[in-house]
Ligand binder design. Structure first.
Ligand SMILES: C[S@@+](CC[C@H](N)C(=O)[O-])C[C@H]1O[C@@H](n2cnc3c(N)ncnc32)[C@H](O)[C@@H]1O
Length: 293
C-alpha cells in the first residue's frame, strides 16, 4: 500500500530541495486550531505523519502525536521526535482512547487510499478521534480537473554526503495519478538506483465535503492552501448540537462503516508507541485491524 521503503531516509532532503515550507504550513494550521481550554496545551494528531516534519513545527505549543502505516517513514520521524507518541496504524482503521483537539492529514496522505469507501472510512476514524469543537484539517490530493497534462520533472538534493537525483514522470489513469520516481543516490564512487511508484487518488473536492458533512462535521475547502487540491477545514460542532452529531456518527463513523466485523476498537491491536516513558495521559491509538503490508 505505501511506497516509501527505499526513499524514506531521503524524503526530507528531497522536499527541502523542492522548497516545501513545513514551518509556514504549521503556522497556518495553528491559526485553524480551536482555542484550548484555559492553560492546557492543545492535543494534535497528525495522520499519515510521514517523517514528522509538521509535528516538528507544531510541537512547541501543542502536545502532538502521529500515526503512519509505513515503518520506514515512522523510523525517520522517531529519530527526530524521540519523545513524541508515534503509532504504526492504518488511517482507515484506528481509534483513539482520548479525543484530540485537532486532527491533521497532510501532503495528500489521504490520496494513497484506494477509493471513496476508503476515504469515508479514514475520515470516519479521524472525525471519531475529535473532541466536540475539535478541528479536522485534511490536505486534499489534486482533483480530476486540476490534473494538468503530466510532464516529466527532475530535482537534485543533498543528504549528508549523498547526492540525490530524482526524475519524475506521471500518467493519469481513471481516478488516479500514477507517479514514477527514478532515484539515483551517489555517495563517493557508489551509486544506488531504484524506482518508486506512487498511485494517488484524484477525487472531486466536493466529495470530501459531502463525506465530512455526512459525518456530522461542519466543512469547507480552503483553496488557498499552498499545495495539492486545497485544505478541507472541518470541525465537530460543540456541545449544543451534539445529539444530532452522535446519530450521524453512528451511521457514518468508522465502526458503522466497516461492514467487515473487524472494527471493534476495543478488540484490536494496540499500535506500538515510540516513547516508552510517555505519560498515562498520552492519548493511545489502537489499530482496529492489522495494517496491510
Ligand atoms: C506524501 S507522504 C506525506 C507525509 C507527511 N504528512 C508530510 O507532510 O510530509 C504520505 C504519507 O501517508 C502515509 N500513508 C499512506 N497510506 C496510509 C494509510 N493507509 N494509513 C496511514 N498512513 C498512510 C505514507 O506512509 C506516507 O508517510
Amino acid at each position: 500500500m505505501t511506497s516509501f521503503e527505499r526513499s524514506a531516509r531521503l524524503y526530507d532532503a528531497v522536499y527541502r530541495a523542492r522548497g516545501k515550507d513545513y514551518a509556514r504550513e504549521a503556522a497556518r494550521l495553528r491559526a485553524l486550531f480551536p482555542t484550548p481550554a484555559s492553560g492546557r496545551p492543545l492535543r494534535v494528531l497528525d495522520v499519515g505523519c510521514g517523517t514528522g516534519e509538521h509535528l516538528v513545527h507544531l510541537r512547541d505549543a501543542t502536545r502532538v502525536a502521529g500515526l503512519d502505516l509505513d515503518a520506514t517513514m515512522l523510523a525517520e520521524a522517531r529519530r527526530k521526535l524521540p519523545d513524541t507518541p508515534l503509532f504504526r496504524a492504518d488511517m482507515r482503521r484506528f481509534a483513539s482512547r482520548r479525543p484530540f483537539d485537532a486532527v491533521t492529514c497532510l501532503f495528500a496522505a489521504i490520496g494513497y487510499l484506494c477509493g471513496e469507501g476508503d476515504v469515508r472510512r479514514a475520515l470516519g476514524c479521524m472525525a471519531a478521534a475529535l473532541r466536540d469543537g475539535g478541528a479536522l484539517l485534511v490536505e486534499l490530493p489534486l482533483a480530476p480537473e486540476q490534473l494538468a497534462p503530466a510532464r516529466p520533472s527532475a530535482l537534485r538534493a543533498r543528504c549528508g554526503d549523498a547526492e540525490i537525483a530524482r526524475a519524475a514522470d506521471a500518467a493519469r489513469e481513471r481516478d488516479r495519478l500514477l507517479i514514477r520516481f527514478e532515484y539515483s543516490v551517489r555517495s563517493g564512487d557508489r551509486e544506488e538506483r531504484f524506482t518508486e511508484e506512487h498511485s494517488m487518488l484524484s477525487l472531486p473536492a466536493e466529495l470530501y465535503l459531502r463525506i465530512a458533512r455526512s459525518l456530522g462535521l461542519r466543512a469547507r475547502i480552503d483553496a488557498s492552501w499552498p499545495s495539492g487540491g486545497g485544505l478541507l477545514v472541518a470541525s465537530r460542532p460543540a456541545q449544543g448540537t451534539r445529539a444530532r452529531t452522535r446519530s450521524v456518527r453512528r451511521r457514518g463513523g468508522a465502526v458503522a462503516q466497516s461492514g467487515d466485523g473487524k472494527l471493534d476498537p476495543g478488540a484490536g491491536l494496540r499500535s506500538r508507541r515510540s516513547a516508552p516513558g510517555a505519560s498515562a495521559s498520552t492519548p493511545t491509538i489502537r489499530s482496529a485491524a492489522r495494517p496491510s503490508p
